[in-house]
Design a protein around this ligand. Structure first.
Ligand code: ZN
Length: 174
């Protein structure tokens, strides 16, 4: 979407839905309508992560660094967990656990990686890139607008980076 002006109904709807799963219904626009970061400086912390989860987190953080968002370690903005969440149908989820006072942006964004399904090292990196993309307000891409198949915001393939379209969208949306 082009505007990030607060719209209460949309915010409430997003709050009700909260979780953004992969794979899930693809979003038509380039905004996940749920986890707008509250600023462009995001402190990241992982909580008792597995090696795979750590690798995913590191990839996501590094990919954010390619955008207008700067990152640091320490937490308070992006908090990362992994666990065997079971056969829940999703590899990763990103939601907001602490909205700002007006519910227009998210102070603390939670990222969860599901260890239930086996994933290759590259798929773990893709998952980290993908979920951290949601923390930067990116929605899903699809083949029709990612014809060169190089965006990790795709849900059916596993690229490991943001493409220029993603980076531009982060700049426009945060
Ligand atoms: Zn997603």
């Amino acid at each position: 979407m082009l505007s990030h002006a607060p719209r209460l109904t949309a915010v409430l709807a997003a709050a009700a839905a909260l979780a953004l799963a992969i794979p899930a219904t693809a979003y038509a626009d380039h905004d996940d309508n749920g986890t707008d970061p509250d600023n462009r400086n995001q402190a990241v912390k992982g909580f008792s992560l597995t090696t795979n989860g750590t690798n995913a987190m590191n990839q996501g953080k590094a990919e954010l660094e390619r955008s207008v968002i700067t990152t640091s370690w320490g937490g308070g903005d992006i908090e990362v967990y992994d666990s065997n969440y079971g056969d829940s149908g999703w590899h990763g989820r990103t939601d907001c656990t602490n909205w700002n006072a007006l519910w227009t942006s998210c102070d603390i964004i939670r990222v969860r990686f599901n260890t239930y399904q086996s994933k290759t090292a590259s798929q773990w990196r893709s998952l980290g890139c993908h979920e951290f993309g949601h923390t930067a307000d990116l929605g899903h891409r699809k083949g029709s607008n990612d014809s060169d198949n190089n965006s990790c915001m795709r849900v059916e393939i596993w690229p490991t980076h943001y493409d220029q379209h993603d980076l531009n969208a982060i700049k426009a949306g945060t």
